[in-house]
Ligand binder design. Structure first.
Ligand SMILES: [Zn+2]
Length: 108
């Protein structure tokens, strides 16, 4: 299951849970695939970065659980993602999903 929290693009796993338009039969894989490929947000070949139940070697901004490679790169260039080789990396607290709260320090 992958859908980018920033741009909304998604992969094949996510597509399995999608509601297709009514004119496409639920068991018509071919039509479903055709429809999918017309969707701008369908990006099955992008890499998706996660904050899930294992520690990652990057820290996304608070509130983000999944980012596609494009948005991840944009955030990285903007200095909003901290990687494990950064001097400010804290192995105790970083690498995990952080829920967004208004008390969160914004990295601007
Ligand atoms: Zn994205």
């Amino acid at each position: 299951m992958a859908q980018c929290d920033e741009c909304g693009c998604f992969d094949d796993n996510w597509a399995e849970s999608i509601d297709y338009p009514e004119h496409i039969a639920e068991d018509d894989d071919e039509k479903q695939q055709e429809w999918l490929e017309e969707q701008e947000a369908y990006e099955p070949y992008r890499y998706y970065y996660w904050h899930a139940d294992i520690q990652e070697d990057y820290q996304m901004p608070a509130g983000y659980e999944c980012l596609c490679q494009c948005c991840f790169g944009d955030f990285l260039n903007a200095g909003k993602i901290i990687e494990a080789d950064d001097p400010s990396w804290d192995p105790e607290t970083m690498g995990w999903f952080k829920p967004f709260t208004t008390e969160c320090k914004q990295i601007d």
